[in-house]
Design a protein around this ligand. Structure first.
Ligand code: ADP
Ligand code: MG
Length: 337
């Protein structure tokens, strides 16, 4: 995420109905993707404006692509000096480091040099030489990040290190958008930051939100099943999200911190259901990178987190809490218990 080259459609199709007069949902390109907020009948122009201003503010702090964000300044000062930042960046970075620890480094916010090298999702995407990958990989190590909570500084001690919050910032942004909606006293809303979904409240009395899960092997918008739930965030990380092809092979954008190549764990996608979107976003990437066996152990160790794993052989496994809300609609896939 946080790149400007994402195709202009949504990861998860969301089934929406409309009734009565209301402001239309609002969509803007921000955080490197199309973000859509739907406040239904309770939507007002000022609230929509506040929400999108907030998303832009977060992008302005956390994008690693623009030159003048807090993350960019931390990266420019790697090996040179600690950089003073706001509390918000410290909060998100601390959460990212917690997920790095929980995933044994499979999720790593210092993956920046590798992400830059591959350039997946940009027009500079290419298959790097093994030596280049080794070089970038040597700079990836979340344990080296130095946060000073009192002085509010972040320091990357080695020149060439770089933060990339692409796997967590959209989740944080969705939570912040949801907070604005709640503060306005609004009871239901759909926040969709390029497929990073927060479904607030319930869709209508007695009708849960229906969130379609992308078929990773089919065209954008084709889905394999539906999750029905209320008041949850649903985030999917998958091989179809950003990728390029070279010599007949597909290289996707979730990188293995073990070997520096796109993580190949036998999975096509992982969907995480959580109460907060920052957890769902970080964990969907973490579980994808970990693979099913280790990922399942991690998700089972966490409270109120559920996950659906889609494998390359078109089988699907999930935690009991995910399967309870999931309906398979595509007969090319099969559900395993
Ligand atoms: P998306 O942003 O496309 O919805 P993800 O949330 O899975 O997908 O985040 C993928 C992004 O996270 C990549 O584009 C890259 O910026 C970053 N990233 C890639 N590999 C890792 C990793 N192992 N750990 C943390 N972040 C990663
Ligand atoms: Mg993510």
């Amino acid at each position: 995420m946080l790149r400007l080259s994402r195709p202009l459609f949504l990861l998860l199709g969301v089934v929406l109905t409309s009734c009565g007069k209301m402001l239309p949902a609002r969509s803007e390109f921000v955080l490197g993707t199309i973000c859509t907020v739907n406040l239904y009948r309770e939507g007002t122009a000022p609230l929509y404006a506040d929400i999108f201003a907030r998303l832009r503010e977060i992008e302005g702090l956390m994008s690693s692509n623009a030159a003048d964000t807090e993350v960019a300044r931390i990266n420019q000062n790697a090996g040179i000096a600690p950089v003073k930042v706001g509390g918000e960046l410290i909060t998100v970075l601390s959460a990212a480091l917690r997920y790095a620890e929980l995933s044994g480094g499979a999720f790593d916010p210092t993956v920046g040099p590798l992400v830059k090298l591959w350039g997946i999702g940009t027009e500079h995407a290419r298959l790097p030489a093994a030596e280049e990958i080794r070089g970038a990989l040597a700079l990836v190590n979340w344990r080296e990040v130095i946060i000073n909570q009192e002085a509010l500084t972040v320091f990357l001690p080695t020149a060439g290190m770089g933060l990339d919050l692409g796997a967590i910032a959209k989740g944080y942004a969705a939570d912040e958008a949801a907070a604005l909606v709640r503060r306005a006293g609004i009871s239901r809303a759909l926040i969709d930051l390029g497929g990073n979904i927060y479904a607030l409240g319930s869709k209508a009395t007695g009708t849960p939100w229906r969130i379609a899960i992308q078929d990773p092997l089919d065209a954008r918008g084709a889905y394999l099943g539906i999750l029905e739930l209320d008041g949850k965030s649903v985030v999917t990380s998958g091989v179809y999200e950003r990728f390029f092809e070279a010599a007949g092979r597909r290289y996707h954008h979730i990188l293995s911190t073990a070997d520096g190549y796109p993580a190949d764990t036998g999975l096509l996608s992982v969907t995480v259901i959580a109460d907060t979107s920052i957890d769902a976003d970080a964990l969907s990437t973490a579980l994808f990178a970990l693979g099913y066996d280790k990922g399942r152990i991690l998700v089972d160790s966490l409270e109120n987190i559920d996950a659906l794993f889609v494998f390359q052989d078109r089988s699907i496994r999930g935690t009991p809490g995910a399967l309870e809300h999931f309906t398979l609609t595509n007969d090319q896939y099969r559900l395993l218990q």
